[in-house]
Write a protein that binds this ligand. Structure first.
Ligand code: NDP
Length: 435
């Protein structure tokens, strides 16, 4: 706290891990007294840099770029880039810290990192986005590489941005390597990567429901966000027979009592990915729906909630409302969308709750599969990647059960994910000595 007092999101993420991992360390001599958690909370390297670019009016703009290289004990740093005006050191350190545990849970050899910029892509032309991405990579390229640090997308960084970033990396290094994941299908990308985080979240929720002999079939599902994760979570819910009632963006949420079916979801994908419009425009085509300005969708009665927008978007009051309305399962697609107090409400009510580091790990896992395919110079089919994704989500679920099951049979997936993620990284750090 003394060192990171002005970084609230980072402290929040560390506290959640410490509360579950410290009691485990105390009971296990191999970890006790080695300051292992203290070492894990200190990033191996933090890079900040100036990003100058010229906008369409000829004005020179200045943004700040970051890369947090958090932990490389089990593999090259791996984690997304976020472009959003709220990006700062606290947010990126929390994301990088979470990423270390998440990547460990995937069972693939990936360390943890995160990066990005306070650049706001909203309202920018394609040319402005390209100039910004090129300027950003003009510095980042010297700190990354396929065996060192492999960034990917996150909020505000999708396939368009990854393309521009990759183009500049290739030019500067004069080599074609898998230095970024989330690439286009014709230049090294993996099938299922765009779908992976949303699909993986639903696969994980499906595993949780199976422990209660239940499924998505016929369930009312509330989803927040309308970006990459939310879109593909919705698609998979529909495939499994669920009814999607809401989607949102930073301006508010839409509620469609009749359900957002495949056709309506295709409309949203075009609206968000091609037209880059606002979710409220849904009503122009589907006037029976309602738009609730400036609010999150947690007041809508549902069986299952999938928060897929951003951190701290679901607070204690929201959690109480969800439980009161009969929600039986919350599975996080976003990173740390539920506050600490909200998680306590879910645990007290003994409903199924999955923290993002377990339930949204499908994205980075499939990025790991993209790295493998790049190294092999080979491409797996859609079915092959989807099967591997399902297996990985199932394995993560098993690890959570191993470390998270209470005596009364309730599974604390937060404890399970934290300890399972910790053990693998801690073992590697101990084996490598004090470096
Ligand atoms: P996108 O940029 O594609 O979509 C983000 C969505 O969240 C948009 O609908 C956006 O609305 C909304 N949003 C962003 N910030 C806020 C805010 N402050 N308040 C309310 N709504 C907000 O990002 P992704 O879908 O990729 O990421 C969503 C979450 O999932 C993030 O937490 C990310 O870290 C996490 N994640 C993503 C992975 C991936 O593979 N993409 C992997 C693992 C986790 P608007 O358009 O108005 O900004």
């Amino acid at each position: 706290k003394e060192r990171n007092g002005d970084e609230p999101e980072f402290l929040q993420a560390v506290e959640e891990v410490a509360e579950t991992v410290i009691p485990y360390i105390v009971k296990h001599d191999i970890y006790y007294g080695k300051n292992i958690l203290l070492r894990m909370v200190e990033p191996e390297r933090v890079i900040t840099f100036r990003v100058c670019w010229v906008d369409d009016d000829g004005e020179i703009q200045v943004n700040r770029g970051y890369r947090i290289q958090m932990n490389s004990a089990i593999g090259p740093y791996k984690g997304g880039l976020r472009f959003h005006p709220t990006v700062n050191m606290s947010i990126l350190k929390f994301l990088a810290f979470e990423q270390v545990f998440k990547n460990s849970l995937t069972t693939l050899p990936m360390g943890g990192g995160k990066g990005g910029s306070d650049f706001d892509p909203k309202g920018k032309s394609d040319n402005e986005i390209m100039r910004f991405c090129h300027a950003f990579m003009g510095e980042l390229f010297r700190h990354i590489g396929p065996n060192t640090d492999v960034p990917a997308g996150d909020i505000g960084v999708g396939s368009r941005e990854i393309g521009f970033l990759f183009g500049m990396y290739k030019k500067l290094r004069n080599e074609f390597t898998g230095v970024l994941t989330g690439k286009g299908m014709s230049w090294g990308g993996s099938l299922i990567r765009p779908e992976a985080t949303g699909y993986g979240n639903v696969y994980f929720a499906q595993k949780m429901l199976e422990t209660k002999n239940d499924s998505f079939d016929g369930k009312a599902v509330v989803i927040s966000g309308s970006g990459n994760v939310a879109q593909y979570a919705a698609e998979k819910v529909l495939q499994l027979g669920g009814k999607v009632l809401t989607l949102s963006d930073s301006s508010g949420y839409i509620y469609d009592e009749e359900g957002i079916d495949e056709e309506k979801l295709a409309f949203v994908m075009n609206l968000k990915n091609v037209k880059r419009g606002r979710i409220s425009e849904y009503l122009e085509s589907y006037p029976n729906a309602t738009f609730v300005k400036g609010k999150t969708p947690w007041g809508v009665k549902c069986d299952i909630a999938l928060p897929c927008a951003t951190q701290n978007e679901l607070n204690e009051d929201d959690a109480n409302t969800l439980v009161k309305n009969g929600c039986i399962c919350v599975s996080e697609g976003a990173n740390m969308p539920s506050t600490k107090e909200a998680i306590t409400v879910f645990h007290k009510a003994k409903i199924l709750f999955a923290p993002g580091k377990a339930s949204n790990a499908g994205g980075v896992a499939t990025s790991g599969l993209e790295m493998t395919q790049n190294s092999l110079r080979f491409k797996w089919t859609r079915e092959e990647v989807d099967t591997k994704l399902k297996d990985i989500m199932s394995d993560i679920h098993k690890s959570c059960l191993e470390f998270g099951e209470d005596e009364d049979g309730y599974v604390d997936y937060v404890r399970g994910a934290n300890i399972a993620g910790f053990v693998k990284v801690a073992d590697a750090m101990l084996a490598q000595g004090v470096v």
